[in-house]
Design a protein around this ligand. Structure first.
Ligand SMILES: Nc1ncnc2c1ncn2[C@@H]1O[C@H](COP(=O)(O)OP(=O)(O)OP(=O)(O)O)[C@@H](O)[C@H]1O
Ligand SMILES: [Mg+2]
Length: 220
């Protein structure tokens, strides 16, 4: 599903150069539950942003479902971000002025899904993450874990085959984090391919794959 070849990302600001990803080649198969584990500054977020089409690499190939996304123009990349990947971040990525259900409906609106269908699917997704009774609540009326569950529903809105999550349990207490982990486990059991960058070693027992990243290199 994902073939990364000789991936390099160099950040440049003035004379300072940071090599965040250094010649990484890795293949992730459909249905895998991969963990990206490594110390702070090792390149986890950068790697997810490159795979998710949020940032562009300096060199290398990222082939997702047969297409090299590195060659996509801005329009194709926007389309890719909208339909092919769902992103979950550490700090909850909900719009504060929208309710839970409106947040979940938004990516579908961008994808041109008719309103009645958007509403129906958003409700189904909120049910899936256990938040249907909070559908009309705004983000600041929900706990961190609840917001993160809604954020996962947002990521799933356009039914992407790939979910990327960056420290999704980082800001949550132990118990709440565990519920989010369970949710990812269920999604993976339903066939979703998942890559999670994390320091949370409780996720290890559900992973089909551990990718260790150190200083921009993936080992193992
Ligand atoms: N926009 C940027 N400009 C310059 N350097 C950057 C930029 N973004 C990241 N870096 C650098 O790239 C390297 C990798 O950063 P990245 O955020 O991918 O690490 P990380 O593994 O996600 O760390 P953490 O666990 O702290 O989130 C770091 O040295 C960081 O300082
Ligand atoms: Mg990071």
């Amino acid at each position: 599903m994902i073939e990364v070849e000789n991936l390099i990302k160099v950040y440049r600001r003035g004379k300072i150069e940071v090599i965040a990803i250094r010649d990484v080649s890795v293949t992730i198969k459909k249905g895998e539950f991969a963990l990206l584990i490594g110390p702070s500054g090792s390149g986890k977020t950068t790697f997810l942003h490159l795979i998710g089409g949020i940032d562009r690499p300096t060199a290398g190939k990222i082939v997702v479902n047969g297409k090299n996304i590195v060659h996509f123009n801005d329009e194709e990349l926007t389309e890719y971000r909208r339909k092919d990947v769902g992103m979950v971040f550490q700090f909850f990525n909900l719009l504060p002025i929208l309710t839970a259900i409106e947040n979940v409906m938004l990516p579908m609106e961008f994808a041109g899904v008719p309103r009645s269908e958007r509403k129906k699917r958003a409700l189904e997704l909120l049910k899936k993450v256990g938040m249907e009774d909070r559908k009309d609540h705004y983000p600041d009326e929900m706990s961190g874990g609840e917001q993160q569950r809604v954020a996962i529903a947002v990521a799933l809105a356009n039914d992407p085959p790939l979910i990327l999550a960056d420290e999704p349990t980082g800001e949550l207490d132990t118990e709440t984090g565990l519920k989010i982990i369970e949710l990812f486990k269920e999604l993976n059991a339903e066939g979703e391919t998942i890559i999670i960058a994390t320091h949370d070693l409780r996720l290890k027992k559900y992973a089909t794959r551990i990718l260790e990243i150190r200083d921009g290199k993936i080992t193992g």
